[in-house]
Design a protein around this ligand. Structure first.
Ligand SMILES: [Fe+2]
Length: 219
């Protein structure tokens, strides 16, 4: 990405306009359990995944949907190849619009960028919290990461944090509103989100899209 950081700022918060529709929000009801969670009694995470490459402002989606994080970046479940459920076409289309928005804002380059896209629902009920980040503060292991708040219902918590990895200082703590984006430098910051707790009804949830970006390197 040629302009990885604009104005020396290393995180951005802004609102999307109409990239995420109610049709897309409903699609999150069909996400499947993340079978890689260690807590077998209470499965608090559902997800789907897709990856691709940004090329001439378009996404070339890959057929391969395996995902890998090193043990260093993910102490919870890193070091193994995970194959998640593939992302629905409707969510992919919405991500294509979000990518155009990011290119227009000069956050990412319009070509030679690898993209990882996760649609994630964290759930909680009366007896169980939902953990957006069971591994705690971490890097995803890319150049930039975007966390997009898609929807939430009957929950408190789920606050996002950025910690400066060198200075070991929290530089952001914020509960993202629906349609709000947190875009940040994954090398500079470690990220985390606090557990969600039910406030009413039987089941609460927090839906997000996580996008990861890294520059294609030619050898
Ligand atoms: Fe992460």
């Amino acid at each position: 990405m040629k302009k990885r950081i604009k104005n020396n700022k290393s995180f951005f918060i802004f609102h999307l306009k109409d990239e995420i529709t109610n049709k897309i929000r409903k699609k999150f009801n069909y996400l499947k359990d993340d079978k890689f969670l260690k807590n077998k009694k209470w499965n608090f995470r559902k997800r789907s995944f897709a990856k691709g490459e940004v090329s001439n402002s378009k996404i070339l989606w890959s057929k391969d949907n395996s995902f890998f994080q090193s043990k260093k970046n993910n102490k919870y479940i890193g070091g193994i190849k995970r194959k998640f459920y593939p992302m629905s076409l409707v969510i992919k289309k919405s991500i294509e619009k979000i990518i155009i928005n990011f290119i227009n804002r000069d956050l990412i380059s319009k070509k030679n960028v690898y993209l990882g896209a996760h649609a994630i629902r964290i759930v909680c009920n009366k007896n169980n919290l939902g953990y957006p980040v069971p591994e705690g503060f971490h890097h995803d292991g890319f150049d930039n990461v975007a966390i997009i708040s898609v929807n939430k219902s009957s929950v408190s918590g789920g606050k996002s944090f950025l910690k400066n990895a060198k200075k070991k200082r929290i530089e952001l703590s914020k509960t993202l509103r629906i349609n709000e984006v947190l875009f940040f430098d994954d090398k500079k910051f470690m990220h985390y989100a606090s557990p969600i707790k039910l406030t009413k009804n039987k089941l609460g949830f927090r839906d997000i899209i996580v996008l990861t970006f890294h520059k294609k390197v030619y050898r």
